[in-house]
Design a protein. Structure first.
Length: 474
């Protein structure tokens, strides 16, 4: 694969229904790319539908919700990113451990891991969901929204309760997604999510026509998308990987390993929450709910850049883990090199193009209700490019089990960023959010991965035994 044309030819050759012969290294590489391509196509359809839900959720509702209620809804929607850490990283830990068990060909170990992991995650979802409902109910929403409008505060509180219910189900779904990613069958997870987005589109259209309140909008959008993924349980049960009998025993056996590996992913998720997920809360509390809508519209438009690249890179997590478990290091080096190059080029060109047309697009999208300054959008575009590049590298690091080092970087990143962002927003306003994030991210990650941890990354990519150990299932 020495050119973009060669890449396209290779991609077309992978579009086949049958699996490749995995008895050779080349066959295993082709099969990983085939499954990754299937995941990309399924995820593309899923994300296109999810993007349609996001676009219509603004264009259909902004005219009757108004800036404050629209900002409140965007704040509720952003909570899914802020609270992702409540899954304790178990879903991500399952990806690596399932990939290793699958590569070893042990159906008994794989079934034990799947059944026990889902049982453990169900317990986490129940506890986290109960706690979340209590917090959301007693949260001083008038202070969060910076509003004395009692009707707005009560409407937001009710919407948050609906969100909390489906978010708890989403915590459980993260384990399902992790399992299918480890099996390199994430295209099935994306297909189920796409079905949920279709239902959400139908519900959103009906709700907007009736000028529904925020709680109903959360129900028909986030709720529909969340419930559809539960269909994956049927697939696991029919394949023999999910066994209800003895699940508690299996859970007790796999919890130590999941807790160990998940704890590191948990710290990464907390770091992500602090770094970017809390932006809506910071802006709302310092500048008001209406400014959340301004930042939210810019960030959502730039999803047109970040989401396709996430679709491209995400399937490689399971592929890297599988390749390293089988010592196929040539696959790892080739895939990592091309993913970084293509991601950087595509992110830069996409962000630049959107920056040029952002004003008329946003004006049309929101019906003139939201105006995003050009400087703010350009700053958000800069952060998007860095975020996309970091995401491509993270898929390799996650698949290789290099999580402890990522945790160190994230801790330093957040320790510097959070107080700086809070101070800078008070001084310079909304533009400080993306500028501070981009600057601190660039400095910390360049030092960490370009110097401190570079030898270990090179060692893993070239297959030196002492540094290429994956987290095993015990």
């Amino acid at each position: 694969m020495s050119s973009p044309i060669a890449l396209l030819r290779k991609a077309f050759s992978l579009l086949r229904s049958g699996a490749f012969d995995t008895n050779s290294e080349q066959g295993r590489a082709d099969e990983r790319y085939r499954r990754a391509l299937l995941a990309m196509l399924a995820n593309a359809g899923n994300k296109a539908l999810a993007l349609a839900v996001m676009v219509l959720s603004v264009s259909l509702t902004a005219p009757y919700l108004g800036p404050d209620r629209l900002g409140a809804w965007m704040l509720i929607s952003s909570l899914s990113f802020v609270l992702a850490f409540l899954g304790l990283g178990v879903g991500n830990a399952l990806t690596n451990q399932v990939a290793f068990a699958h590569a070893q060909g042990s159906s008994a170990s794989l079934s034990k891991l799947v059944s026990g992991g889902l049982g453990f995650m169900a317990l986490i979802a129940l506890v986290a969901g109960t706690m979340l409902q209590l917090v959301l109910h007693y949260l001083p929403w008038d202070l969060v929204l910076r509003s004395a409008n009692k009707l707005l505060v009560e409407e937001t509180r009710n919407a948050a309760a609906v969100f909390g219910l489906f978010f708890a189900i989403g915590i459980f779904n993260s384990a399902l997604n992790g399992i299918f990613a480890g099996l390199q069958k994430s295209y099935l997870a994306h297909a189920s999510a796409a079905a949920g987005s279709v239902l959400a589109l139908i519900g959103l259209g009906l709700a907007a026509k009736a000028q529904a309140n925020i709680a109903t909008l959360v129900l028909v959008s986030f709720g529909m998308q969340t419930m559809a993924s539960l269909g994956l349980l049927v697939i696991l049960h029919r394949s023999g990987l999910l066994r209800l009998k003895g699940w508690a025993t299996h859970a007790a056996q796999v919890v130590p390993g999941l807790w160990r590996d998940g704890g590191l992913f948990f710290l990464l998720q907390v770091g992500g929450m602090i770094a970017t997920g809390a932006d809506a809360l910071i802006v709302s509390s310092l500048l008001g709910a209406a400014q959340v809508a301004v930042l939210g519209v810019a960030q959502r438009l730039l999803l047109l850049v970040s989401q396709p690249l996430a679709i491209f890179n995400t399937p490689f997590w399971g592929a890297y883990a599988d390749a390293l478990a089988r010592d196929d290091h040539a696959f790892v080096r080739k895939t990592l090199r091309w993913s970084l190059l293509l991601t950087t080029g595509a992110a830069f060109m996409g962000a630049a193009l959107l920056s040029l047309v952002s004003a008329p697009v946003i004006d049309f999208w929101t019906g003139g209700k939201v105006v995003v300054p050009m400087a703010l959008f350009a700053a958000c575009a800069l952060w998007t490019v860095l975020e996309c590049l970091g995401g491509a590298l993270a898929m390799f690091l996650n698949g290789a089990g290099v999580v402890r080092e990522q945790t160190v970087v994230v801790v330093v990143f957040c320790t510097v960023l959070l107080p700086l962002k809070v101070w800078a927003v008070g001084q310079w306003g909304l533009i400080a959010v993306p500028l501070c994030t981009a600057l601190v991210y660039l400095l910390t990650h360049l030092i960490a991965y370009g110097y401190v941890f570079l030898p270990k990354i090179q060692s893993i990519a070239h297959g030196r035994p002492m540094d290429s150990k994956l987290h095993r299932v015990h």
